[in-house]
Design a protein around this ligand. Structure first.
Ligand SMILES: [Zn+2]
Length: 311
């Protein structure tokens, strides 16, 4: 059985994963599904908007995937899958994922979720004709669980962004256009954002420590990607075994975004046309000194490891 190749973007939220994943989604042969960990809830329980602007159940791509993979599954079916996912693929399960004994304990709990996910990921290429699925869920435990599916060939792209930029994005109030119930995106304090940045990045490194040796793990700083997208994209193409892929760039740091079929993600997933790739350093001027110092102090060891300045 051919394996389905999944490029999993791991790391912490507000790291620029949506713009990176959707840039990759413009490349022929690559499909950007967005934050696919939300597919069960957003498609089957809430029928939120796909990146193409239609409710997910009415999107031509996803409705075809859902009917081929699950044939008329309802909300109750999705709830069962989510319960099985939550029983073994949450951040609190990372410790168990690190050992064979722990994984053997988690596998039966996640059986329903893993079987459904296998169907989902395997059906996408048959509908879209693409060779690689880009999944920007970022949650380390979810990605690791997807990698436990025998027919998935998981490549981990660990995306890191300066935690002060990420924290500034979490602190700010932002509109959420894909839901009728919630007008704004979730917010976090500087302290919570910093602690989660530490936890998710450390978990990503721990879970895929062996893949670093086998070449199934690649780390990329968001800042390096936007300052030289060509090199960043070329490195990713080599990493996923698509060395001759076409760059989606129209200028040095500009992507021509077409319509995407992302199930969830940053609201900029709806942007189409020419999109500039930018660092967004507003935090340097607009973030309070107190918040900045809190984040810097809490993230100092990894800040240095990833080559960010302390001051
Ligand atoms: Zn769509």
């Amino acid at each position: 059985m051919d394996k389905v190749k999944v490029l999993y973007v791991a790391g912490f939220g507000r790291s620029g994963s949506t713009v990176l994943a959707n840039s990759l989604g413009q490349v022929p042969g690559l499909f950007s599904g967005g934050e696919m960990n939300f597919v069960w809830k957003h498609a089957f329980l809430e029928n939120r908007l796909c990146g193409c602007g239609r409710p997910l159940q009415e999107c031509p791509v996803w409705s075809d995937v859902f009917s081929r993979a699950f044939g008329g599954m309802d909300g109750a079916g999705a709830q069962g899958i989510m319960a099985s996912m939550h029983a073994g693929a949450r951040t609190r399960h990372v410790g168990k994922m690190l050992t064979e004994k722990g994984r053997n304990e988690l596998r039966p709990r996640m059986e329903e979720f893993l079987l459904a996910s296998e169907k989902l990921y395997r059906t996408i290429p048959t509908v879209t004709g693409d060779r690689v699925i880009v999944d920007s869920s970022k949650e380390p435990a979810y990605g690791y669980a997807i990698g436990m599916i025998p027919s998935v060939d998981l490549r981990v792209l660990h995306l890191v962004r300066d935690p002060r930029a990420a924290a500034y994005s979490w602190i700010k109030q932002k509109q959420q256009p894909d839901s009728r119930d919630r007008e704004f995106m979730h917010q976090k304090s500087a302290r919570d954002s910093a602690l989660l940045w530490d936890a998710w990045n450390a978990a990503t490194e721990a879970l895929w420590r062996n893949e670093k040796k086998t070449g199934s793990y690649l780390r990329l700083r968001y800042e390096d990607f936007v300052s030289d997208p060509k090199t960043g994209l070329r490195n990713i193409f080599d990493f996923i075994g698509e060395p001759h892929a076409e760059l989606p760039l129209t200028a040095e740091a500009e992507v021509r975004m077409g319509v995407t079929h992302t199930v969830s993600g940053n609201p900029n997933r709806f942007d189409t046309g020419a999109v500039k790739l930018e660092r967004d350093d507003r935090w340097k001027k607009q973030m309070s000194k107190r918040d900045r110092n809190t984040v810097t102090a809490l993230t100092a060891p990894l800040l240095l490891r990833y080559g960010y300045p302390l001051t």
